[in-house]
Design a protein around this ligand. Structure first.
Ligand SMILES: Nc1ncnc2c1ncn2[C@@H]1O[C@H](COP(=O)(O)OP(=O)(O)O)[C@@H](O)[C@H]1O
Ligand SMILES: [Mg+2]
Length: 448
């Protein structure tokens, strides 16, 4: 913001100068100036910024008068100053002037579309947000349907807590969340969501429909198109929620152009479901793409069974269990036997307090644990679940919630490396997991 004036395009500067000349004249000339400006740009007033801007007028004009009086002095100073100083003086003067007419509070719909740019990048991000909401609502089974890679349709149905009508209406408002009440609640937040942004963001860039019931008796259907509420009706459905998103980015063509081929978007959606299915083996997931079933996994208490259901024996049988603890950090999961690591196609997943995150450094630390047991260029599959106290990690780093910030990153990386090394340690003696070897055992639940 500070450099807005300096960075203004040349015609913007010229306009600012012209405005300044008008505003800096005799007292009587100052009155009509804001009206003229408002007439030229009526939307600025509509946006709700009218009052504060008007209140600022006299102050700014006062400054303008002072500046007018001191302009000759400024010019003299500027002439006398070094070449580098001249534009800076001018830039500062223009930026103050430009603020008068340039600031407006964005309409909520526009703000939602901008938020959507961060949290909703492609169909897979919608799939991710909707599944996270379903998990947060305590769903035991989640059904996902996509068509045309999610570009024409995404539907996520759950059997979770559902919403009452007032809650459903509120859920579509920006920053409306049932998951936190104050910033302090972010410390150790246990739900996937907490920003209250996903639903309004998605609804602002699609034809959106929400059907929900909190008791299986009364149900609500809410329709929103491009952020505009179309209807709120009675509906019939069991307890739970179904969100249908059609025509994603239909009203933001630039965004829509960035969508990839159907196969690519489908792959990304499959990946989004896979990641969340990994972190919650106790929940059933089905994904169909153009009516073809792509994922169908039942609830299980054994994480390895989930890995098996998702990728088959071929991968599951090559994994060694990781179970390691140092101080506050516990690392569990699976590391591939070095002999089975391949140069391509590895699975690499890191979860922190049950959240999938993207952190190449942690995966690299885990690979360091292999030392020389793998051939150069081979990449082992790794599925790692990190548990540590809520105050040791900040999850509110980015709207997509795929990054976290550790209080002590080096400690985390060190422990991950040691955890993998320890898992590979008894390598020679360990029997394959699939053959009833040294897995974490049926009694171990990862969902607590
Ligand atoms: N599938 C769902 N089942 C029940 N409640 C939901 C569901 N999806 C969304 N909600 C409600 O709507 C609110 C807003 O959702 P969202 O915009 O994703 O924000 P957040 O998840 O960050 O709270 C949630 O806090 C929750 O109360
Ligand atoms: Mg959410």
């Amino acid at each position: 913001m500070e450099c807005g004036g300096a960075a203004a395009p040349p015609h913007g500067r010229a306009r600012a100068r012209a405005r300044q000349r008008r505003g800096g004249g005799a007292g009587g000339a100052r009155g009509p100036a804001p009206r003229a400006a408002a007439g030229r740009r009526p939307q600025r007033r509509d946006a709700g910024a009218g009052r504060p801007v008007r209140r600022r007028e006299p102050r700014l004009d006062g400054r303008g008068r002072r500046r007018a009086a001191g302009r000759a002095e400024l010019r003299r100073l500027a002439r006398g100053a070094s070449r580098g100083r001249r534009p800076r003086l001018g830039a500062r003067r223009r930026s103050v002037s430009a603020v008068t007419a340039a600031i407006a509070v964005l309409a909520p719909q526009v703000a939602d579309q901008i938020a959507a740019g961060e949290a909703v990048e492609r169909p897979a991000s919608v799939v991710k947000e909707l599944i996270e909401n379903a998990l947060d609502a305590g769903a035991g089974a989640i059904r996902i349907e996509i068509e045309d890679g999610g570009k024409s349709l995404i539907r996520v149905s759950d059997d979770g807590a559902g919403m009452t009508r007032p809650d459903a209406e509120l859920a579509l408002a920006r920053h409306a969340t049932s998951k936190i009440r104050e910033a302090a609640d972010l410390i150790g937040v246990a739900t996937f969501g907490f920003r209250g942004e996903a639903l309004p963001a998605i609804a602002s860039v699609s034809r959106f429909e929400l059907e929900t019931s909190s008791d299986g008796d009364v149900a609500t259907r809410l329709r929103i198109t491009g952020g505009k509420r179309e209807s709120v009706d009675d509906a019939v459905r069991q307890r739970g929620t179904t969100v249908t998103v059609r025509g994603l980015f239909f009203n933001t063509p630039a965004r829509r152009k960035f969508l990839r081929a159907q196969a690519t978007e489908t792959r990304a959606a499959v990946e989004a479901v896979t990641v969340l299915a990994l972190t919650r083996p106790d929940v059933a997931f089905t994904l169909t793409s153009d009516d073809r079933p792509l994922i169908d996994v039942r609830p299980t208490t054994r994480p390895l069974d989930r890995v098996h259901a998702l990728w088959g024996r071929e991968l599951a049988d090559t994994l060694l269990p990781v179970a390691y603890r140092e101080g506050p950090l516990e690392v569990r999961g699976f590391a591939q036997r070095p002999a089975q690591a391949k140069p391509a196609g590895r699975k690499g997943y890191v979860f922190v307090r049950g959240r999938p995150i993207r952190d190449p450094f942690i995966l690299r630390a885990a690979e360091a644990g292999y030392r020389s047991t793998i051939a150069p260029g081979d990449r082992p599959s790794l599925i790692l679940f990190l548990e540590l106290p809520g105050d040791a990690v900040d999850v509110n780093v980015h709207p997509s919630k795929l990054e976290v910030r550790f209080r002590d990153k080096f400690f985390v990386e060190k422990v991950v490396e040691e955890a993998v090394r320890a898992a590979l340690g008894p390598l020679a003696a360990a029997a394959p997991l699939g053959a009833g070897g040294s897995g974490l055992g049926a009694g171990v639940s990862w969902d607590g």
